[in-house]
Design a protein around this ligand. Structure first.
Ligand SMILES: Cc1cc2nc3c(=O)[nH]c(=O)nc-3n(C[C@H](O)[C@H](O)[C@H](O)COP(=O)(O)OP(=O)(O)OC[C@H]3O[C@@H](n4cnc5c(N)ncnc54)[C@H](O)[C@@H]3O)c2cc1C
Length: 406
């Protein structure tokens, strides 16, 4: 039987970030992270990894600002670069309603001291030659926005955590929780029991399966995200900005001379957490690599990307993220339990918010007050819900279908 201060279930970007902050800020205390596959194998390695800082959801912004800060800190610790691509984000508004949203967004940028300004259609076209902007009414530009390699970000957290003494166990599965009444005391794994002062469930879209043992329904569901990468073409300069097209419910970013783009489908694919295989590579997200969705929804994108119909598609990437009906995360103490925290319900933004999530959960696990504001992420905010019911799954899926941000 092992004993430790903190046990983290799941080695995605959330689990690795928590391990980093906890090990760094609590010298002398022990943390063990348990991952059943390899680190960052699931949602984390599949992300498009837009690190959008300036967004309409204010609750995410300080968390993302922390990710940018900690990225620099880890680069110094390891003496290596994370190579964030700071190419900026262009927001194109083509209807009065979206112009209003953009004006609000520019105000939000100011509130958080982020540089943001309007640019002309000519400037925008110069930055992203693939764009057709005839319909654009206003274009905002946020120059410090970036995207990253999500696998590398997760790995940096894990490597730095190890440097500070965290133990990371890969290929070990958590089979269940050890608890006495409402007190969570540890975990049962394929390699024996581990007792801990605090257990964090950071098991991604599988998090509700473990929380169910404590009689708690985590308010989230596994919903598919998907994107495509075109063949290479001169109209996609490698340093061109990311682009949000809310009127088309689409986003795009450069990917090594190609264009990576996502477009919201009318009805997002959702699965019950129990039906998602342990190895995500075993799940068939789309037999035709999303082609049906592309043809059904592509017209919206083609209005802004006229070469869309002529472009060959080189790659299709899909994965599950934990979505919630209000597009807020699922973070903090599990109601009605002791010694049990959750970090999940990433709503397709887990790479960008990983720093703030890691810091906040690690501080809570250390018994200190949380420097991040998690008030909008409380687990109890929907009351008693059954995360495995069809009604609930559909509610979460429609939050993703309606998403307009990147
Ligand atoms: C296609 C796609 C595009 C995306 N684009 C973006 C983007 O542009 N920007 C952005 O910020 N985010 C994006 N995301 C979301 C982002 O990838 C996730 O929010 C983030 O990776 C979530 O990290 P996580 O640690 O919660 O989950 P995961 O990375 O899924 O990690 C959970 C881990 O828990 C492990 N686990 C589960 N159960 C057990 C168990 N019983 N025992 C041991 N281990 C267990 C799993 O093996 C897994 O490794 C995207 C996601 C997808 C799928």
């Amino acid at each position: 039987m092992k004993k430790t201060d903190l046990v983290i279930i799941g080695g995605g970007v959330f689990g690795c970030a928590i391990a980093y902050y906890y090990s760094k800020n609590n010298p002398g205390k022990q943390v063990i992270l348990v991952e059943r596959n390899e680190l960052n194998n699931a949602a984390t390695s599949r992300a498009a990894a837009l690190m959008t800082m300036v967004r309409s959801k204010r609750s995410y912004i300080p968390l993302t600002i922390e990710t940018f800060r900690v990225a620099k800190e880890m680069e110094e610790e390891l003496g290596e670069s994370l190579d964030f691509k700071v190419v900026g984000m262009m927001h194109v508004a083509a209807t009065d309603a979206k112009v209003k949203d953009l004006e609000e967004l520019m105000g939000i940028a100011k509130e958080y001291a982020q540089e943001a300004y309007y640019i002309s259609k000519e400037e925008a076209k110069k930055k992203a030659p693939w764009l057709k902007l005839d319909e654009a009414l206003k274009i905002g530009f946020v120059p410090n926005e970036a995207y990253c390699d999500p696998y590398m970000l997760g790995t940096f957290f894990a490597r730095c955590a190890r440097k500070h003494g965290a133990k990371i166990r890969q290929g070990v599965e958590v089979l269940g929780l050890i608890h006495e009444g409402k007190n969570v005391k540890g975990i049962r794994t394929t390699e024996g029991e581990i007792y801990a002062q605090t257990v964090v469930d950071a098991a991604g879209v599988w998090a509700p399966i473990l929380a169910k043992e404590m009689g708690v329904g985590l308010p989230m569901a596994p919903v598919r995200s998907q994107y495509w990468i075109t063949e290479r073409a001169d109209i996609f300069p490698t340093n061109s900005p990311m682009v949000l097209l809310p009127d088309a419910q689409a986003y795009a970013r450069p990917e090594g001379g190609s264009l990576l783009f996502g477009i919201r489908e009318k009805k997002s694919l959702v699965a019950s957490p129990q039906d998602v295989p342990k190895d995500i590579a075993d799940f068939v997200f789309s037999a035709d690599e999303g082609m049906d969705d592309l043809f059904e929804n592509g017209e919206r994108l083609a209005r802004f990307f006229p070469a869309f119909y002529d472009m060959g598609i080189k790659y299709y990437v899909a994965g599950f993220s934990g979505y919630t009906p209000d597009s807020q995360l699922v973070l903090g103490g599990v109601p009605g339990t002791e010694g049990f925290l959750v970090a999940s319900g990433c709503c397709g933004a887990g790479i960008s918010v990983a720093g703030g999530v890691g810091l906040g959960i690690a501080e809570m696990a250390s018994g200190r007050s949380n420097p991040m504001d998690f008030s909008e992420f409380e687990i109890s905010r929907f009351g008693n819900i059954n995360p495995f019911s069809e009604e609930w799954l559909n509610k979460c899926a429609s939050a993703r279908s309606n998403k307009v941000s990147g």
